[in-house]
Write a protein that binds this ligand. Structure first.
Ligand code: FE
Ligand code: FE
Length: 175
């Protein structure tokens, strides 16, 4: 019976399977983020917000490369797996672009949407690092930590950007 077969397969799944599934999710997510960032950069009103998104787009290219290296360390081909969580977060960012186009609150909304993306990434990288440590893959841990550092720095930069006037501008009445 199919269910028995499925149960047998599930019974043999261990931490490495869990890690590789998470890796595929994150690979899909990083590629999706890579496509979304230029749209957000283009849509932003202020130069600072555009610059922040463009800077992180370049870093994100490196994140994709590092994940490909991680697949390689496990002797697996780099392959993504649809991650509905990031699809939803990015969908919200697109809605922000449409619904707040031309509004004083647009940039504050975009910064908030981008921070949701960073928090997703911080959570996922943190989990994969813990599992890679458990699996004894120190070279993989190092690669993932390098990206995590950039995600955390981006999140902090976005917080500062919001506080530096973006949120205040959102308080203005639309002209
Ligand atoms: Fe990333
Ligand atoms: Fe990021």
């Amino acid at each position: 019976m199919a269910t028995t077969k499925k149960a047998a397969k599930a019974a043999s799944k261990g931490l490495e399977d869990l890690f590789l599934d998470g890796l595929k999710d994150l690979y899909y997510a990083e590629k999706k983020i890579l496509k979304a960032l230029p749209k957000m950069a283009k849509g932003a009103e202020s130069e600072e917000v555009t610059a922040a998104f463009e800077k992180h787009r370049m870093e994100t290219e490196g994140h994709v490369d590092r994940l490909e290296e991680v697949f390689d360390k496990f002797g697996k081909p780099a392959r993504g797996k649809t991650c509905p969580a990031i699809d939803g977060i990015i969908e919200e960012g697109s809605e922000m672009l449409e619904e707040y186009s031309g509004a004083p609150a647009l940039d504050a909304g975009l910064v908030g949407a981008a921070q949701s993306v960073e928090h997703y990434e911080i959570a996922r990288y943190g989990t994969l690092i813990a599992w890679a440590e458990e699996l004894g893959k120190s070279d993989v841990v190092e690669l993932l930590r390098a990206t995590l550092k950039e995600e955390v720095a981006t999140d902090e930069a976005l917080t500062k950007l919001g506080e530096s006037g973006v949120n205040e501008r959102a308080m203005q009445e639309a002209a």
